[in-house]
Design a protein around this ligand. Sequence first.
Ligand SMILES: *[C@@H]1O[C@H](CO)[C@@H](O)[C@H](O)[C@H]1NC(C)=O
Length: 573
Amino acid sequence: MILFPLMFYLWSTSNAENESISKPNIVLIMVDDLGIGDLGCYGNTTLRTPNVDSLAKKGATLTQHIAAAPLCTPSRAAFLTGRYPVRSGMASLNRLGVFLFSASSGGLPTEEITFAKLMQQQGYSTALIGKWHLGINCNSSDDFCHHPLNHGFDYFYGIPVNNIRDCRPGHGSVFASGIKMYIPTTLQITGTALISLAVLHYIGLLRVSHRVLGYSFLMTALLLGLLMYFFYNFRYLNCFLMRNHDIVQQPWSYENLMQRFTEEAKRFIKRNSDAPFLLLLSYPQVHTALYVSQDFKGKSKHGLYGDAVEEMDWSVGQILHALDQWHLSERTLVYFTSDQGAHLEEISSNGEVHGGYNGIYKGGKSTNWEGGIRVPGLVRWPGVVEPNISIDEPTSNMDIFPTIVKLAGAPLPMDRIIDGHDLMPLLQGIALQSKHEFLFHYCNAYLNAVRWHPGNSKSIWKAFFFTPNFSPKGSNGCYDSHVCFCHGNFITHHDPPLLFDLSKDPEEKNSLTPETESHFYEILQVIQQAVNNHTKSLTVVPNQFSLGNILWKPWLQPCCSSFIQFCYCNNDS
Ligand SMILES: *[C@@H]1O[C@H](CO)[C@@H](O)[C@H](O)[C@H]1NC(C)=O
């Protein structure tokens, strides 16, 4: 807790402080699918994360830090823009809520402004090292409209799409299980249509020229051939490593991948040790396919997953060490988070747990139960943020945008709504209350729940308009479909909404009723009013997850050799 004398001190010296805190370096570390319960500083006693824990010891721990979405693509879009994903069209109306293919046309629209872009304009040297997952191209295989270099990063080394099981031979396939849901119906429909056409033709009920019939069969065969090509080359087509605009390894090798990201980050810090820089280090770990280097294999108490977390922690230690080495620690704000909660349904084919731990919180990735969105949030900035403090107010990963843009000296965009709020007043103890009176929790493009923290009380109300149907029933996730979905038969609607008070029931165990909460209907009324206002603020934007934007388009395929050579190269030293 923040002490009052300290507050007073900061208050009285805030002017002097402001001088020394302009244009700090910014290091943002985002881990993929890490659970809040995986870290020592959030209560884990068996996984060893001393380097991440040191950030908590020397800085602020946000205990109610909320990801703007429970899936990678929308959460990262919100993080980079400070806006709810629905505002940028980065929220899906379908089942598929993340980009799967390197050759689909959806992505973070060029009109969106990332913090990197604004900081670049302020003279910051900016780099993204690691995972992007916000699209690559629009109309050709090299227009790079959605690429990191088009969104404010001077330097990119990493994976433009995503690390998934299909990228690693022998680690199973997400893609196969995904298309299994669609292939039978697609085949049935096209098959039935073609056969009926032929039958009708031959019994004389329909006149179709042989040419048309022939073409239809040929087209179908071609399409199937293309699909097979795609399917068997998934790894080559989607799992590649880029340096700036160039593909340097296709498919990427897992060999020392973590070391390479770490070295790149250290080198970037060294190159920029006398200029303000922004480094977004976005680990593809600890998403499956899991991998670790030899030094970490079998070392943790939690299998391959634990090994991967411990290697990630090692890498964080390397970055902190580099900051020390170049005498930058006092001039650098370091932020650490995860893009969403742990993916509970990640269990390998031989039963090994490949997903993390969300502590006491219910559910996980792909849900808006606290386990899906309450993520680690650590901020270290020696001399500015007091060591070892804990901030329990609601904060969002969208808050990073206004916070660091302001620190860089750039004005916030005035032509659009920014949903995040500057974190500095909370971090410096100048404010005790979060500006997030309401937070809206979306499941893809569907408003799933609302969190209300009234200014005059300790309560944190959370109302669910629907909840995912866990499968098997009574479990803590959607194990039958691997992720939870946001509409149709996959959810249960609630009217009146399911209401919880997170300040008393963080595990979301006991939903309130008019009997147990005397202000039940008044609370829901306030929340409904907030929803109305929020909904009014939304405008119609192009849907980046439309069918046309998520499908594989062969002409958009980035490929470092010719197609005949199956897109293979290895130039990463
Ligand atoms: C620590 O994390 C591991 C790996 O996710 C998990 O299995 C374990 O239950 C956690 N332990 C504690 C005490 O939180």
